[in-house]
Design a protein around this ligand. Structure first.
Ligand code: ADP
Ligand code: 5GP
Length: 185
């Protein structure tokens, strides 16, 4: 069974940015494409950024047992499809899941060998500035995400690895080190 890496942390902390660079630096590593009921942002492509599902489709996939984990986040549902994971682990390809904290907790129980990494912001103010600066979410959505972030930050002690994303280059180096150490073990 190949390695599974779970990367979690509050929205806007830089998970996506770090993972893009990690995938460039660790050539064998692949990202599992999640399913969601939220609407695509400008530029997001179905099947690449997410599998965008209707509520009915998401319900059906739950009933059919297609999810390794799923959670409600900011009024929408997000989940990891078993097929996304199995096609990679079955071929010996290490895989990254980029998921929120409730999902990461479920993976702790269902995939106990997964390496779970929490990405933390240097401060609450920096987190807010990054969410605003990203320019993808309206103000009320940012406020909702920051309220969730308070709970998520309180959960970081549950994770074996915590990487602070202050200087991007330092955070990538640390993340790469955790991943490569685990892959060579
Ligand atoms: P997430 O995937 O966790 O929601 P993103 O990767 O979308 O977060 O990052 C949120 C914003 O913060 C983006 O605009 C990104 O360019 C910026 N960002 C990420 N990491 C850093 C960093 N270390 N320093 C400054 N800005 C960063
Ligand atoms: P966004 O709407 O910004 O793309 O994602 C919102 C949150 O959902 C982020 O914290 C992201 O990591 C999380 N997320 C994305 N895919 C999944 C998934 O498959 N499962 C879970 N539990 N969370 C996910």
């Amino acid at each position: 069974m190949s390695r599974v890496f779970v990367i979690t942390g509050p929205s806007g902390v830089g998970k996506g940015t770090l993972i893009r660079q990690l995938l460039d630096r660790v050539p064998d590593l692949e990202l599992s494409v999640s399913a969601t009921t939220r609407t695509p942002r400008a530029g997001e492509q179905p099947g690449v950024d997410y599998h965008f599902l209707t509520d009915g489709e998401f319900d059906r996939r739950i009933d059919e047992g297609d999810f390794v984990e799923w959670a409600e986040y900011s009024g929408r549902r997000y989940g990891t499809l078993r097929s996304e994971l199995d096609k990679r682990t079955g071929a010996g390809i290490p895989v990254v899941l980029e998921i929120e904290v409730q999902g990461a907790r479920q993976v702790r129980d269902t995939l106990p060998d997964a390496v779970r990494i929490f990405i933390a912001p240097p401060s609450a103010e920096v987190l807010r500035n990054r969410l605003v600066g990203r320019g993808t979410d309206p103000e009320e959505e940012i406020e909702r995400r920051l309220r969730v972030a308070d709970e998520e930050l309180a959960a970081q002690a549950e994770f074996a690895h915590v990487v602070e994303n202050d200087r991007l280059e330092d955070a990538i180096t640390e993340l790469q080190q955790i991943v490569c150490t685990s892959l060579s073990a």
